[in-house]
Design a protein around this ligand. Structure first.
Ligand code: CP
Ligand code: NVA
Length: 303
């Protein structure tokens, strides 16, 4: 398949139809990967990966994925590039476009990725900004499809911080028409413009009550209360104890509800070990699915 968009910055660039196709393609690649690891869809292609923040899953899944598709990656730390000495994002984007076939960037400011995409002639993928994490969303919906076989008539309960992962997840809900209830403390809501736009296609409810949010939920999801870009040492006090996903909260969701977390988790803060290691948790499938869904993405973006 070939996506219409050149870049993936928020998740909203992909149409609903494309999103659903991409998820099915990801599942197909995962199945094929069991027998044929090296499907050469990106032979001799090069992906540059710019990191301003740490990463385990994003880096390793993109590197492994490119290799399995016949291509390779160049890992760049932003503070070792001339950008750290003042070279503009525009000049960096134009230079890289002369060498590589695609760029993944994990940075603080989302505007950096927008600039990069504007000036790069090759596809740009957001590997996490302060505002969005669309690659996570693809893996999340792939995991939901594997476990629940459908998207419509499902309810996701997002508990905790209305952060970058949550913003892109909301776009994913809009593409798949999955209902979502987002429970956050006051002041930690997701981007209201994202909520407004996505509400045109699906039901998005905001609440400050985690217990009401998980009622009848098919999927309970959370993320760290202290994202990389946050700095307030007292931030977790806004969330604890009520926004922790523990066994007592999980019991209020449907009996067959699954627990999801993009990882890395701060155990016994946003989620207890009993839940993340428990029978309802699908976090390791979710982490593995970063590989398969990004292979589908890379080979559909025209890299
Ligand atoms: N979920 C995720 O993006 O993990 P990393 O920060 O390890 O890449
Ligand atoms: N919200 C987290 C996600 C990490 C993958 C962060 O931004 O640090």
């Amino acid at each position: 398949m070939k996506l219409e968009t050149k870049d993936l910055l928020t998740g909203d660039e992909i149409s609903s139809k494309e999103f659903l196709e991409l998820i099915d393609f990801s599942i197909k690649l995962k199945e094929e990967n069991k027998t044929v690891k090296g499907k050469q869809l990106l032979e001799n292609k090069t992906l540059a990966m710019l990191f301003e923040k740490p990463s385990t899953r994003t880096r390793v899944s993109f590197e492994t994925g490119m290799k399995q598709l016949g291509g390779h990656t160049i890992i760049l730390s932003l503070n070792e590039m001339q950008h750290s000495r003042g070279e503009s994002v525009e000049d960096t984007a134009k230079t890289l476009s002369g060498y590589v076939d695609g760029i993944v960037a994990r940075v603080y400011e989302h505007s950096f990725i927008e600039d990069l995409a504007k000036h790069a002639t090759v596809p740009v993928i957001n590997g996490l900004s302060n505002s969005y994490h669309p690659c996570q969303t693809l893996a999340d919906f792939m995991t939901i499809k594997e476990h629940k076989k459908k998207f419509k008539d499902l309810k996701i309960a997002w508990i905790g911080d209305g952060n970058n992962v949550c913003n892109s997840l909301i776009f994913g809900c809009s593409k798949t028409q999955t209902d979502i209830v987002i429970a956050t403390p006051k002041g930690f809501e997701p981007n209201p413009e994202v909520v407004k736009k996505a509400s045109e296609n699906t039901t998005i409810d905001l609440t400050t009550d985690p217990e009401s949010a998980v009622k009848d939920a098919d999927i309970v999801m959370t993320d760290t209360f202290t994202s990389i870009h946050t700095s307030d040492p007292k931030r977790t006090e806004n969330f604890l104890p009520s926004f922790q996903v523990n066994e007592s909260l999980m019991e209020k969701a449907k009996n067959d509800a699954i627990f999801m977390h993009c990882l890395p988790a701060k155990r016994d803060q946003e989620v207890t070990s009993a839940v993340i290691d428990g029978s309802q948790s699908v976090v390791w499938d979710q982490a593995e699915n970063r590989l398969h869904s990004q292979k589908a993405l890379l080979s559909s973006l025209g890299i």
